[in-house]
Design a protein around this ligand. Structure first.
Ligand code: ASP
Length: 400
């Protein structure tokens, strides 16, 4: 008999996790550390992986190509981000989700203030790149890696050893990703069992409609927006999704696009996207490109406004759109950070921020889907940049 592949083992872990969580209930939390081990292992890979691959990628690209790639990547981020917001606002607006819920007895929540945009932008420049690496500050690492890569290519022969060294580090890191994946079935099992065990049906019931609409919004974004874009690029959407499925699957289990990054880099390169493009588009995407989070924030604001008996005007909806786009950019790729940034969006239109307490209980369930959308979002961005830069993806994925 054929032995199951790693992916099949992971799927088995996922299904067993659901069964274990549902049968054991909240006390399954005892195995959560096994999942934490997995997330830590994945995070361990992120900094050396992005620094080495991005620096090598940039050092082998010409200045013109780099500028074009940055332009295209950002254009993609914004266009699909706006689609995501519209989907969230329209679904929530039309369905009037939350109306009549009469939220009362609002609990106080500790709020985190969103920093001003100028500060966010300034913070991208590291004053000490070693500190940025040590602290795993992804945007600062990207900033430094791009400049470092450009300097390597300008320095020519003198910097060859640095480039060779980083190339070797990148290859080694890819190997290490494969090794870590052997632990994935246990990690996924434990994370899913914990989620199902601690978020039983009782917690979900009053919010079932919101959760359903949110998953619907995610499906529309995936199949209509990304599917449509892939078709425009002459890529078969379902083949592409099939090829990268490990990434959203891991995102679903870990609720962290940053922790999923090593897997996303691996599967996206498996579609034929070059290492240069993947290492350029994906790490940046994992920090600032979050369409799933944008759908979630737009929907939650309308939901909470309805639940508090407020009526949002079209102008207020537009404010929600702009703030949610900025908030999703500022959201870190870690579990639950979209919930924290939601305070900023709620505050922008005067919906009581304390409403967060109500959605916090179901956040994990929503985080799973939004993180999965976030990593597919990045993967499609990488494919778009690759195809428009003349790279050839696997032939069987292309519409001839
Ligand atoms: N968990 C999400 C991510 O890692 C971010 C969020 O909470 O919305 O992509």
């Amino acid at each position: 008999m054929r032995r199951p592949s790693v992916l099949e083992w992971i799927l088995i872990g996922f299904l067993l996790g659901i069964v274990a969580g549902a049968t054991v209930g909240p006390s399954i939390a005892i195995i959560k550390p096994l999942g934490t081990v997995f997330i830590r292992l994945l995070k361990m890979l992120v900094v050396p992986l992005i620094f080495s691959t991005l620096t090598v990628g940039v050092s082998t690209s010409s200045g013109g190509k780099l500028g074009r790639m940055i332009g295209k990547t950002f254009l993609f981020y914004y266009v699909t981000g706006i689609c995501a917001l519209l989907i969230g606002l329209i679904i929530a607006g039309v369905s009037r989700v939350g109306t009549g819920m009469q939220l009362g007895g609002v609990r106080e929540v500790a709020l985190q203030k969103a920093p001003p945009l100028s500060q966010v932008l300034l913070n991208i420049i590291p004053t000490n790149p070693i500190k940025a690496l040590a602290e795993g500050n992804i945007l600062q690492i990207i900033f430094f890696a791009i400049l470092f890569g450009i300097a390597i290519s300008k320095a020519g022969k003198a910097a060859e050893p640095v480039k060779d060294f980083l190339q070797a580090v990148a290859q080694t890191m890819y190997r290490l990703v494969n090794l870590v994946l052997y632990y994935a079935p246990i990690g996924v099992f434990s994370l899913i069992a914990w989620t199902v065990g601690t978020h039983g049906l009782g917690v979900l019931k009053p919010f079932a409609y919101l959760i359903f609409l949110f998953y619907l919004g995610c499906a529309i974004q995936l199949f209509l927006v990304y599917g449509g874009l892939l078709r425009l690029l002459k890529i078969r959407p379902f083949r592409f999704f099939g090829r990268i499925k490990e990434a959203p699957f891991f995102a679903f289990s870990t609720c962290s696009s940053s922790a999923t990054l090593p897997v996303t880099m691996r599967v996206v390169q498996g579609t034929g996207v070059s290492a240069t493009t993947a290492s350029f588009v994906l790490p940046m995407g994992a920090s600032i490109n979050m369409d799933g989070t944008a759908i979630y924030q737009a929907m939650c604001v309308v939901f909470l406004a309805n639940a508090f008996g407020m009526h949002l005007t079209v102008a207020q909806m537009a404010i929600v759109g702009v703030t949610a786009l900025l908030a999703s950019i500022g959201t870190a790729g870690v579990p639950g950070s979209g919930l924290i940034m939601l305070t900023m969006v709620l505050g922008s239109v005067g919906v009581p921020v304390e409403g967060i307490a109500f959605v916090a209980g179901i956040d994990r369930i929503m985080d799973m889907a939004r993180t999965a959308v976030n990593v597919v979002d990045d993967s499609v961005a990488a494919a778009m940049v690759a195809v428009t830069e003349g790279e050839t993806l696997s032939e069987d994925m292309m519409i001839s």
